[in-house]
Design a protein around this ligand. Structure first.
Ligand code: NAD
Length: 400
């Protein structure tokens, strides 16, 4: 038992505490958006890699509560200790599993390194034992490093430009100061290592293993996530090290698409999603300012979406039971259509050019950005009394 009042401890894009009741409420709010009458559920089996936060969590909620899908989730989260709370993803997972089971759905979660041979094997065992062949596989890992399970080599990803140094506007999330920063170009080794972490190699390993184990159903759909966004962020995103990794993910996905079509009549696509505040995206220079500007414009236009609205669209229109993905000329699902509307982008870039420390809050939804960030960790959620002590040791994750 560890009852305590939990407060946010935020420094820049890191928050070292999470609020169990706030995280549970945050999950419930997403469930409420996705929930449909069980009478309309078509069911099916879903595996989500990276299931505890951000797009992966929202995918799992959309599949479960929108379509009645039974699910296995895999994530890498930290339990509570005497000295600190568990991570937000730990509390989110406990809340999701409880809510799904309460709705009569099978839900189990595996905590460990999805890049490892052990977690892959444990997942195959769990799927084989409890679910059977999968209809949908979502690959939503965002990780800073990966150990190659065959060679033991450790790769670290970096957020850098490629080729030339680049000057880009960014906000210091700790001080709120907007300033130009110079981004140094990555070395060839850093580019290679970032591709090794966030590129397609691990997606291929999972898809091939599932196929070999006979755990992909006829017509199975596999989806992974990427981002394109506006030119202002391209030096750090699309043309940077992470963009190189995403290009590799797209090439891998296209080749896995052919493999799945040939073997199980299945599909594999990259979905280009909208920018949303997550632990991964808040760490990318320039992106927090861009998101703050974008949110203000999309809210005014009535088109703003969070992760759950995006994932409800993904399941309803592209990968849910009985759906056929609608793709662009490059075979990608486009959920960034509302973000990339020309009028939104033109205005976002106009405001971007004007923004500085003094007018950040007036010209953008920086307050909203900061609130979304705190909500990732269960803080600032309406209806939660933060003055009350809460139990921080929350059971999550079933024994194998
Ligand atoms: P996130 O940080 O919220 O989620 C990452 C997930 O990966 C968590 O569940 C975490 O537990 C899990 N994870 C990390 N390392 C792991 C490991 N070694 N083993 C098992 N699980 C591990 O990130 P996110 O922003 O939701 O990103 C998910 C995907 O969506 C990424 O591919 C990202 O590039 C893409 N994407 C994000 C955005 C955005 O704006 N956030 C936009 C478009 C695409």
């Amino acid at each position: 038992m560890s009852l305590q009042v939990v407060e946010p401890r935020i420094r820049g894009f890191i928050c070292t505490t999470a609020h169990p009741a706030g995280c549970a409420r945050h999950v419930d709010r997403q469930v409420a958006v996705a929930r449909r009458d069980p009478g309309g559920w078509a069911g099916g089996n879903l595996l989500v890699l990276g299931s505890s936060t951000g797009y992966g969590l929202a995918s799992r909620i959309a599949g479960a509560f929108g379509h009645g899908m039974h699910s296995v989730g895999v994530c890498f989260e930290r339990p509570a200790t005497d000295r600190r709370t568990a991570s937000a993803g730990w509390y989110n997972t406990a809340a999701f599993d409880a809510a799904a089971r309460g709705a009569g759905l099978y839900a189990t979660s595996i905590n460990g390194d999805a890049f490892s041979a052990e977690v892959l094997e444990a997942t195959l065992d769990r799927v084989r034992r409890d679910l059977g062949p999968l209809d949908v596989v979502v690959y939503s890992l965002a990780a800073p490093r990966r150990t190659d399970p065959e060679t033991g080599q450790v790769y670290n990803s970096v957020l850098k430009t490629v080729g030339q140094p680049s000057v880009i506007k960014t906000v210091d999330l700790h001080t709120g100061v907007v300033a130009d920063v110079t981004l140094d170009p990555a070395t060839p080794e850093e580019i290679h290592d970032t591709v090794a972490v966030m590129g397609g190699a691990d997606l291929r390993r999972w898809v091939e293993a599932l196929l070999k184990a006979g755990l992909l159903a006829r017509g199975a759909r596999v989806v992974s996530y990427s981002y394109i966004g506006p030119e202002a962020t391209w030096p750090i995103y699309r043309h940077g090290t992470i963009g190189h990794a995403k290009a590799d993910l797209e090439v891998t996905s296209a080749s896995l698409h052919e493999l799945l079509a040939r073997t199980v009549g299945g599909r594999c696509h990259v979905s280009i999603n909208k920018s949303i505040v997550t632990q991964a995206s808040a760490a990318i220079p320039a992106v927090p300012i861009y998101m703050s500007v974008l949110f203000k414009l999309m809210k005014a236009a009535g088109t703003h979406e969070g992760p759950i609205e995006q994932m409800v669209r993904l399941f309803d229109h592209h990968i849910g039971p009985g759906r056929t993905p609608v793709v662009d000329a490059e075979g990608r699902i486009r959920l960034d259509d509302l973000e990339m509307r020309p009028e939104i982008q033109a205005e976002a870039m106009r405001i971007w050019s004007l923004i500085g420390t003094d007018n950040l809050r007036a010209l953008s939804d920086y307050d909203g950005f900061q609130r979304y960030f705190r909500q990732l960790f269960g803080f600032d959620i309406p209806g939660v009394d933060y003055s009350l002590p809460v139990e921080t040791e929350v059971p999550a994750f079933d024994a194998a």
